[in-house]
Design a binder for this molecule. Structure first.
Ligand code: GDP
Length: 365
């Protein structure tokens, strides 16, 4: 499964956020195939559509889809030089698919900041610089290997060399790989380099308890937003401390607590949704009287691959899928009505599954 790593300088609230994630944790019995690792927190992906489908179908059981966050501890200045836990930190980042970068935006005098003052942009650039330096090193090594072949006009080497030089220039200007524009062909080469700064990023602005309902007056948050805008990255404002409290509440208590705070959706729920879509993930549903269930797939997957998420036999023996979009089903009011209205389609092997599709797979055993 794809996972998002939680990264940040010491004392910014990472552990507090990760605690909230583990406390909110998904019922593990539903996800036997998920990772069992103390650094991985598995949460349910909130989805209003699943509740509506449950009301409609009245199944015995409802199972949300899950998402994994990985706690990545130990960034220090100088990580790229292998200082402290540096190398370990970088290798952990290498294993995640996206980065949730937690930034301290709360001004609590009792909690020491590693560099002595609260300065979110300085914090962000400190970490980003370590990642850029690590990537610069990888790219320079690679240049050493292909340069000679490129000079001999080897076609593949020339193409790669061009990409590497472009990346090197970006890194030397402290810019991440994701900020560099490439053609489709080049993008494939970049992907093969497994760079740290190619990974998609979102920023988590951790604010004080009294600011989370309305962070407009928090100048740190404004700065993070401006910074993120230039990278086309999303910013989620949370108060990690409050999230930790919310994570222990039952659904109805949670709704009351959020209303009291003046918040529509918990920061953690916003973060889960944002990380999910940052990774290009989407949800399809299966809806039977036994079970209504949400399944995660990667956008661009075809029907047989999506069937394979449930069971590999479903993919091997795939014949076709009966499909109705969530909106069409809701508009019709029931599966029978949707069928009568001609909204339930028969789709074959080439069908690109859409977010919100309700799927019924037909397969040979
Ligand atoms: P980490 O080093 O990044 O994992 O940071 P921690 O989660 O251990 O948090 C460092 C300190 O900041 C702890 O004392 C937390 O209680 C405190 N802290 C974390 N989040 C918040 C917050 O949203 N508001 C306030 N006031 N303190 C927080």
């Amino acid at each position: 499964a794809l996972t998002a790593g939680i990264v940040g300088l010491p004392n910014v609230g990472k552990s507090t956020l990760f605690n909230a994630i583990t406390k909110a944790g998904a019922e593990s019995a539903n996800y036997p195939f998920c990772t069992i690792d103390p650094n991985v927190g598995i949460v349910e992906v909130p989805d209003e559509r699943l509740n509506k489908l449950t009301e409609l179908v009245q199944p015995k059981k409802t199972v949300p889809t899950a998402f994994e966050f990985t706690d990545i501890a130990g960034i220090v200045k100088g990580a790229s030089k292998g200082e402290g836990l540096g190398n370990k930190f970088l290798s952990h980042i290498r294993q995640v698919d996206a980065i949730c970068h937690v930034v301290r935006c709360f001004a609590d005098g009792n909690i020491t900041h590693v560099s002595g003052k609260v300065d979110p942009i300085d914090d962000i650039t400190t970490i980003n610089l370590e990642l850029v330096l690590a990537d610069l090193e990888s790219v320079e090594k690679r240049i050493g290997r292909v340069e000679k072949l490129a000079k001999q006009k080897d076609k593949d080497a020339v193409a790669e060399y061009e990409v590497l030089v472009k990346l090197k220039e970006a890194f030397e200007a402290d810019k991440p790989a994701r900020s560099v524009e490439f053609t489709e062909e080049q993008a494939k080469l970049v992907k093969g380099l497994h760079l740290l700064t190619s990974k998609p990023v979102l920023y988590v602005a951790n604010v004080g308890e009294d600011e989370v309902a309305d962070p407009t007056n928090n100048e740190y948050v404004q700065k993070v937003r401006e910074f993120a805008k230039e990278e086309n990255a999303e910013v989620i404002v949370i108060c990690a401390k409050i999230e930790e409290e919310i994570a222990e509440l039952e659904d109805d208590e949670k709704a009351m607590f959020l209303a009291e705070l003046g918040i529509k959706e918990s920061g953690l729920d916003q973060l889960i949704k944002a990380a999910y879509s940052l990774l290009g993930l989407a949800t399809y549903f299966t809806a039977g009287v036994q079970e209504v269930r949400a399944w995660t797939f990667k956008k661009g997957m075809k029907a047989p691959q999506c069937a394979g998420i449930i069971h590999s036999d479903f993919e091997k023996g795939f014949i076709r899928a009966e499909t109705v979009s969530y909106d069409d089903l809701m508009a019709a009011g029931s599966m029978t009505a949707a069928k009568e209205a001609g909204r339930v389609r028969l789709e074959g092997k080439e069908y690109l599954v859409q977010d919100g599709d309700i799927m019924h797979f037909r397969f040979n055993v």
